[in-house]
Write a protein that binds this ligand. Sequence first.
Ligand SMILES: *[C@@H]1O[C@H](CO)[C@@H](O)[C@H](O)[C@H]1NC(C)=O
Ligand SMILES: *[C@@H]1O[C@H](CO)[C@@H](O)[C@H](O)[C@H]1NC(C)=O
Ligand SMILES: *[C@@H]1O[C@H](CO)[C@@H](O)[C@H](O)[C@H]1NC(C)=O
Ligand SMILES: *[C@@H]1O[C@H](CO)[C@@H](O)[C@H](O)[C@H]1NC(C)=O
Ligand SMILES: *[C@@H]1O[C@H](CO)[C@@H](O)[C@H](O)[C@H]1NC(C)=O
Length: 254
Amino acid sequence: MSLRTLVLFAIAVVASAVQVTETASKLTFSNARVSFDVQKSNGYIQNVTYQGTSLLGPVSGNAGQLYTDWPSNGFSLVANSSRQVLQGRDWAGIVITDNNTATGSLVQRSWFLRDEESGIHSFLRLAYFNETKPNQGALGESRTMFRPNTPLWTHIVTNNEQYATHPSDQAIANEIQVQDATWYIANTPNEPYVKEEADYWTKYTFADNQTNKAHGLYGVDASGDAFGAWWVVGQKDTFFGGPNHFDLMVDGIA
Ligand SMILES: *[C@@H]1O[C@H](CO)[C@@H](O)[C@H](O)[C@H]1NC(C)=O
Ligand SMILES: *[C@@H]1O[C@H](CO)[C@@H](O)[C@H](O)[C@H]1NC(C)=O
Ligand SMILES: *[C@@H]1O[C@H](CO)[C@@H](O)[C@H](O)[C@H]1NC(C)=O
Ligand SMILES: *[C@@H]1O[C@H](CO)[C@@H](O)[C@H](O)[C@H]1NC(C)=O
Ligand SMILES: *[C@@H]1O[C@H](CO)[C@@H](O)[C@H](O)[C@H]1NC(C)=O
């Protein structure tokens, strides 16, 4: 009897390692290190908190959020998406399904948190099947955006060779657009980015193939603690064009 009680107690402790709480507007996933909120309205993630520090900052437009989108043709969220919360002994997650029966396209976004980890696992499934309209054009792009709205992140890191400071607010205020998503920012010549990297600021400078181990953001807070937010891909062979396909590592943050 006392052994059974002990075993049940152990299971109860493990089972509560990843907590899922729900309100009318969101589901919150948390373990001892990290927590995040999944918005019921669109599946976007807000309020990623790591040991008391906000990694995304407050929501302002699309900023302050982590989400996947499809700016090009083909895939989109639908009004009646469905969601399923899954929970195991030491993990929990959510699968959000957007099944567009009007076109035959399917989007499934999944976010999982394991106990003892400080990372969020992200899975994306895109499918299209339509016998009468077998081709609905190029996928174009799918972006999973970590879009902070906090001064914590000062550095942009592409790979172990290429990184730079994020241009300051002053540099951005004085910039001159020269072509698509490309600005001359040397009107502020003492800007660290200008001194260390280039006179021009563009996300294309930070493009890379998929052979890097990780890319992301780095910063040090007021009390001297260093933070990193890294996108780490578990399996690159199924990326469009395989691991050698060139892609943007930085987008939507300036
Ligand atoms: C964000 O998450 C933290 C940690 O779970 C919580 O204390 C805080 O109230 C949340 N903030 C908002 C705006 O929901
Ligand atoms: C979502 O709405 C569409 C159009 O009203 C409908 O055809 C489809 O069956 C609905 N899907 C679900 C999962 O309810
Ligand atoms: C999407 O909707 C189609 C048509 O109703 C259905 O056959 C299919 O099973 C659905 N897929 C998922 C993953 O819900
Ligand atoms: C296939 O696409 C056509 C044209 O967009 C649409 O009318 C039809 O409902 C789609 N069929 C399926 C099974 O999604
Ligand atoms: C991929 O990028 C890395 C780092 O920029 C570079 O060293 C390597 O040659 C590239 N590989 C291919 C096949 O393009």
